[in-house]
Design a protein around this ligand. Structure first.
Ligand code: CU
Length: 175
């Protein structure tokens, strides 16, 4: 009588269950890919970012700048003592500020990654240690969360199949 309640009871349950487990595994792996795989394109609207960087022997303040890929970055370099420069590795651009003066450098942060910036004018004994860091990140969490939400919707089907089959198997055991 229960054969009418549960379709395909002559089929082995176990392979179906295995298949569901594989789909769950695939689902989990797809989730990891969406969450952590690097995206090939820049995904948010670029912004104008303006920083004031104070330079004095032998440090920059602030020494760490963070922007998003695609941003238009302007650095106002202000020298507080002697002549200082600011050269950005990887972008190969620089600016120099005279004592007590400021100078501006504007560029598009089109290369993601971490880049050193350094003083490119010999300004004293500790000059080689006058360095900072520019981080150009891709702010793509909006797209990743949309991807994850879609996966949850798609993944609901194999998940519900898995639960249904488990329940079916339990009913068979009871029968
Ligand atoms: Cu310097």
């Amino acid at each position: 009588m229960w054969t009418q309640l549960i379709p395909n009871t002559d089929l082995p349950i176990f392979p179906n269950l295995m298949r569901s487990r594989w789909s769950l595994l695939l689902f989990a792996m797809a989730g990891l890919v969406v969450a952590f795989a690097p995206l090939p394109v820049q995904t948010i609207a670029s912004q104008a970012r303006i920083f004031r960087v104070d330079a004095r022997q032998f440090a920059y303040s602030p020494s760490e700048l963070k922007v998003n890929a695609g941003d238009t970055v302007t650095i106002h370099l202000v020298s507080n003592d002697v002549v200082h420069g600011l050269y950005v590795d990887g972008y190969d651009i620089s600016v120099e500020a005279d004592p007590g003066q400021s100078a501006a450098l504007t560029f598009t942060a089109d290369k993601p990654g971490s880049f050193r910036f350094r003083c490119n004018l010999t300004c004293g004994a500790m000059h080689p240690f006058m360095i900072g860091k520019l981080t150009v990140g891709t702010n793509d969490w909006l797209y990743r969360s949309i991807g994850l939400a879609s996966l949850v919707v798609v993944g609901f089907f194999p998940l519900s199949t898995f639960i249904t089959q488990k329940r079916t198997r339990e009913e068979r055991i009871i029968s």
